[in-house]
Write a protein that binds this ligand. Structure first.
Ligand code: ING
Length: 311
């Protein structure tokens, strides 16, 4: 028996500082419609999909950077997308900068929301692995200041129940950490949705540009195969005000094979009719967690953060 559903990934081309959220959301709605024309029931949009990747810039005061954040869910800017998706009966993953008042203080997260085909909000995820630095490095062409603008996510790595099965969400750098996917898989996730903004240049040390795409693909394929799950990965890419980011959006099968990928660095919709039972044999054999995992030997994974050499 196979549970087949069409999933789409909506890759975004650049969003520039001067682009308005209304202009960007109109692009997302356009891609939603294109996904619908492919018969898609689910669409994955990128990380921080409503704005340029602003953590590349140095801001000192919230008044300067709060313009990039959304309040409320759906926020005013998101409304046209939520309405169109509900009208088309399409569920979606959307990455955005979340701002809220809680416990008498302002909190800011790099967040993704999962919305069902009926428009119901199924869950939220807040990015846990924040790369880069809290303070500017300086003397670089751009920065990577997610630790400056966002708190570490406080919702863990849930697996959300949807009408199509259990989905997990993560965001960008999370995909480089195997713990991300294993936790969601241990909670029953059979589809992982994620968005990313990955600069083509490494500001921390000289690295050949081709490795950016190689490491992206390596992370996605490993996550899929080692957890017997589908991976939907949506890039925001191209040159945003001259700052280049990789594309390579992809749909990866539980076998680890890329079944669809974007070929441009613009807005581009890819889609695939996914058999959600394809991963079942992998989770019943090579990665039958219950039968093969030996947690009594995994202690250091949660007992320590960095490397500890004992002898
Ligand atoms: N971007 C990048 C990512 O993890 C990065 C940052 C790139 C870190 C390459 C390490 C190596 O894809 C975000 N937004 O996390």
């Amino acid at each position: 028996m196979s549970r087949k559903e069409v999933f789409a990934v909506a890759q975004m081309g650049p969003v520039h500082l001067h682009d308005t959220k209304a202009q960007v959301v109109a692009r997302l709605v356009e891609m939603l419609r294109e996904a619908h024309s492919h018969g898609a029931r689910w669409v994955t949009f990128p990380e921080l999909a409503l704005t340029t990747f602003f953590p590349r810039y140095i801001y000192d005061n919230p008044e300067e950077y709060d313009v990039f954040f959304e309040e409320g869910l759906p926020s005013l800017a998101m409304l046209p997308l939520f309405e169109e998706a509900k009208a088309l009966g399409i569920g979606f993953y959307l990455g955005y900068a979340e701002k809220l008042e809680e416990g008498g203080r302002t909190r800011r997260f790099n967040t993704s929301v999962l919305v069902g085909p009926d428009g119901a909000i199924l869950g939220k995820y807040r990015k846990i692995h924040l790369p880069g630095t809290k303070d500017p490095i300086g003397d670089r062409e751009f920065e990577h200041l997610e630790k400056r603008y966002f708190e570490v996510g406080d919702l863990g790595f849930p697996a959300f129940k949807t009408p199509s099965g259990r989905f997990g969400m993560c965001i960008c750098n999370d995909r480089r950490w195997p713990e991300t996917f294993r936790v969601m898989a241990l909670r029953g996730a059979e589809v992982f949705m994620l968005g990313y903004n990955t600069p083509t240049r490494n500001i921390h040390h000289p690295e050949p540009a081709h490795l950016r795409e190689f490491h992206n693909r390596l992370s996605l394929k490993s996550a899929a195969y080692q957890n017997g799950a589908w991976v939907m990965a949506a890039a925001k890419c191209g040159s945003e005000d001259g700052f280049a980011m990789i594309g390579g959006s992809a749909i990866v099968a539980p076998t680890g094979e890329v079944v669809a990928r974007a070929v441009s660095e613009d807005d581009e919709v890819i889609a695939y009719n996914c058999d959600l039972d394809l991963g079942a044999y992998i989770r019943r054999s090579v990665f039958d967690f219950a039968r093969h995992r030996r947690i009594e030997h995994y202690g250091p994974i949660t007992a320590q953060t960095g490397i500890e050499v004992t002898e």
